[in-house]
Design a protein around this ligand. Structure first.
Ligand code: NAD
Ligand code: DAU
Length: 342
C-alpha cells in the first residue's frame, strides 16, 4: 500500500487526480491536504469520499504550516508527496502577488523540508509551462531557461528551483512536471474556458483580452493526470517532464468552440482591455514524456468541447459559486471597468 499526500487535492486538477489515482491504483491510500481557499472545495471530492472511504483521508491545512505539515507526514506514514497546492490565477497574481509568493514559494519549501526530515520516497512538484515565459517561435523543452513574466509564473519558477536545489543539496528524490492549460470538470469559473462556457450559457458577454490571438495548449485534465501518474511510475529522479497536447490554438478559436458547442451567437464576444504583460504564446515539446509511453487522448478542440458540455450538464456545481459574494466582487473588480469601456 502506497501512502500519498496530495496537497491542493480539493482544487481543480488535484481533485481529478485523486479520483483518477484511486481508481487506477487499488493499493493506494490518498491523504488530501488542502487549505480550502476560494478555489478548493470539498464538493469536488464528495463522490471520492463516499466511494473510496477506506482509502481516502482529508486534512484541512495550509502548506505553510510547518507543525501541521510535519505531524501529518509523520503520523500518516506518507511515502509520496504530490504538490498541487498553489495560488494559480494569473489575473489574481496581478491584483495581489503576496499570497502567491507565500504559498507557491514558501509553501513548497515547507513541504520539501518535511519530505527531507521524514525520508519521503518521492516528492513530485506540479508545475506549469508558464515558467518558460512566452514562446513566440518553436517549443519549450525541459532544458530551456526559465523566463517567467507574471508574479504567478515567477512564484512557480522559484518553487521549481527550490525543488531542484533539494535534489542537488540533499539528494531528495524529486520529479517535476510542467503542464499546459488544463480544462475539464471542477475548474473554478475564473479561468477562461469555464468562465466563457458559463457566461455563454447565461448569454452574458465573453470578455476576450486584446485581439484574442494569444495561443494556449488547452489539454484535458485527465491527460495531465495520466501524465503525472506516468512520471511518478516511470520518470527518472531529478528530471522534469512537460505535459500537454503539444499543439496550441488561439483564444479566438477556443472562444468559437465554446459558442458552437452551446449554440450561442458570436455577438457575445466582447474584446476588452488586455491583461498587463500578457504572454502571447506558450508551446510545449512533450516528446520526453512520450518516450515513457504516455500519450494524450484529447486534442485542444476536443478538450474544450468536452469541458463545455460538463458545465452545461452541471449547473448545480457552478451556479452557487457564481452567485456568491466572493465571486461577484472578484468579477466586478476584474471586469467591471473593462466591460464598461468596451
Ligand atoms: P486550483 O486553484 O483549482 O486549486 C488550488 C488548490 O490548492 C485549492 O484546492 C486550494 O484550496 C489549495 N491551496 C491553495 N493555497 C494553499 C495552501 N497555502 N495550503 C494548502 N492548500 C492550498 O488550481 P489548479 O488549476 O488545480 O492547479 C493545481 C496545480 O497545477 C498548481 O500548482 C498549478 O500551478 C498547476 N498547474 C495548473 C494548470 C492549469 O491550467 N490550471 C496548468 C499547469 C499547472
Ligand atoms: O499554462 C498553464 C497555466 O494556465 C496554469 O499554470 C495556470 O494556473 C492557469 O490559470 C492557466 O493560465 P492562463 O493565464 O493561460 O489561463 P487563463 O484561463 O487565465 O487564460 C487563458 C487565456 O485566455 C489567456 O491568454 C488569457 C485569456 N483570457 C483569460 C480570461 C480569464 C481572456 O481572454 N479573457 C479572460 O477573461
Amino acid at each position: 500500500m502506497r501512502r500519498l499526500m496530495v496537497t491542493g487535492g480539493a482544487g481543480f486538477i488535484g481533485s481529478n487526480f485523486v479520483r483518477y489515482m484511486l481508481q487506477a491504483h487499488p493499493d493506494y491510500h490518498i491523504l488530501v491536504y488542502d487549505k480550502l481557499t476560494y478555489a478548493g472545495r470539498l464538493e469536488n471530492l464528495q463522490d471520492v469520499a463516499e466511494i473510496f472511504s477506506d482509502r481516502y483521508t482529508f486534512v484541512r491545512g495550509d502548506i505553510c504550516d510547518v507543525a501541521l505539515v510535519d505531524s501529518t507526514v509523520e503520523a500518516q506514514d506518507i511515502d509520496t508527496i504530490v504538490n498541487f497546492a498553489a495560488e494559480t490565477h494569473v489575473d489574481r497574481s496581478l491584483m495581489e502577488p503576496g499570497s502567491f509568493i507565500q504559498t507557491d514559494v514558501y509553501g513548497t519549501y515547507v513541504l520539501l523540508e518535511s519530505a527531507r526530515k521524514f525520508g519521503v520516497e518521492r516528492y513530485h512538484q506540479v508545475s506549469t509551462d508558464e515558467v518558460y515565459g512566452q514562446v513566440l517561435d518553436g517549443r519549450s523543452t525541459e532544458a530551456d531557461h526559465l523566463e517567467p513574466r507574471s508574479p504567478y509564473s515567477a512564484s512557480k519558477a522559484a518553487g521549481d528551483l527550490m525543488v531542484l536545489a533539494y535534489q542537488e543539496s540533499w539528494g531528495l528524490p524529486v520529479t517535476i512536471s510542467r503542464g499546459s492549460n488544463n480544462v475539464g470538470p471542477y475548474q473554478y469559473p475564473e479561468k477562461v474556458v469555464p468562465l466563457f462556457a458559463t457566461n455563454a450559457i447565461d448569454e452574458e458577454p465573453l470578455p476576450v483580452y486584446g485581439d484574442g490571438q494569444q495561443m494556449r495548449d488547452y489539454q484535458y485534465v485527465l491527460d495531465h493526470c495520466t501524465g503525472i501518474d506516468t512520471v511518478l511510475h516511470k520518470g527518472v529522479l531529478g528530471e522534469i517532464y512537460n505535459v500537454g497536447t503539444g499543439a496550441e490554438i488561439t483564444n479566438m478559436m477556443m472562444t468559437e468552440v465554446v459558442l458552437e458547442t452551446l449554440n450561442r451567437p458570436r455577438a457575445l464576444i466582447l474584446h476588452v482591455a488586455d491583461r498587463p504583460g500578457h504572454d502571447r504564446r506558450y508551446a510545449l515539446d512533450v516528446s520526453k514524456l512520450r518516450t515513457l509511453g504516455w500519450e494524450n487522448q484529447y486534442s485542444c478542440v476536443q478538450a474544450v468541447e468536452k469541458t463545455v458540455r460538463w458545465y452545461a450538464d452541471n449547473e448545480s456545481w457552478w451556479r452557487p459559486i457564481k452567485s456568491g459574494d466572493t465571486y461577484k466582487s472578484y468579477y466586478a473588480q476584474q471586469y467591471g471597468k473593462r466591460l464598461e469601456d468596451a
